[in-house]
Design a protein around this ligand. Structure first.
Ligand code: PGA
Length: 248
């Protein structure tokens, strides 16, 4: 991380894990630490949102692209705002796959979150087959372009990106710091073609098997501004050590 304009961010994505007791454990562990140089956010399953103290920054793992109405099982941005939620993970690969969220639906969700003045954490990332076929950058560019085409480059000043190679998620197979840096730099260059200020200012997280033991090396890369953490965010000590790595 080199730019002084970008504040490091670590977001914990609990996925469909955790329980009520984890809320308290995470808060007591993190609140003891002096983390004045970074922000941390917890994205728990929606039923737990109301259990956190008001000082904890919260996000959700998904939100509807619609305002309200007959959409059984969905949660709207206005509901999230009522619970003090500031962030929404959009386009996580598990939702793209399990819930058939296309690039277009992802773009609509980003637009809805931005309209409500919440911060989308927009996830992009390739399956292993794409990397092996040598079409990695085209794949990432297409995922970004779907959102750029709908909301425009200036809206990217208000969002966070997360690069999550699918082959590294939950597998223990972390991208090497060099592999992460290469894609983060590509993303920044891709955005810079449209607006160099937005490109320099945007926070780009890395996600995929980040742990206390590898966070420091990943976050020391010039274009890696923090992490989106799955498994390790369920362990308060591990999550804290990742936050400390981002705080340096
Ligand atoms: P992981 O998940 O840290 O368990 O690999 C990351 C994510 O899916 O956001």
């Amino acid at each position: 991380m080199t730019s002084s304009t970008r504040r490091p961010l670590v977001a914990g994505n609990w996925k469909m894990n955790g329980d009520k007791s984890l809320v308290e454990k995470i808060e007591s562990q993190l609140n003891q630490a002096k983390l004045s140089n970074m922000d941390w956010v917890i994205c728990p399953p929606a039923p737990y949102l109301g259990l956190f103290s008001s000082s904890t920054k919260l996000g959700v793992q998904n939100v509807s692209q619609f305002d309200s109405g007959a959409h059984t099982g969905e949660v709207s941005v206005s509901m999230l705002k009522e619970f003090g939620c500031g962030y929404a993970i959009i386009g996580h690969s598990e939702r793209r796959e399990d819930n058939f969220e296309s690039d277009e639906i992802v773009a609509q969700k980003v637009a809805k979150v931005l309209e409500a003045k919440l911060t989308p954490i927009l996830c992009v990332g390739e399956p292993e087959s794409v990397r092996e076929a040598g079409t990695l950058f085209d794949y990432i560019a297409a995922q970004l372009n779907a959102v750029l085409d709908l909301v425009g480059i200036s809206a990217f000043a208000n969002l966070v990106l997360a690069y999550e190679p699918i082959w590294a998620i939950g597998t223990g197979k972390t991208a090497s710091p060099e592999q992460a840096q290469e894609v983060h730099a590509f993303i920044r260059e891709h955005l810079a073609k449209q607006d160099s200020n937005v490109a320099v200012g945007i926070v780009i997280l890395y996600g995929g098997s980040v742990k206390g033991s590898n966070a420091k090396e990943l976050f020391s890369q010039a274009d890696v501004d923090g992490g989106l953490i799955g498994g390790a965010s369920l362990n308060p000590e591990d999550f804290l050590s990742i936050c400390l790595a981002a705080n340096q």
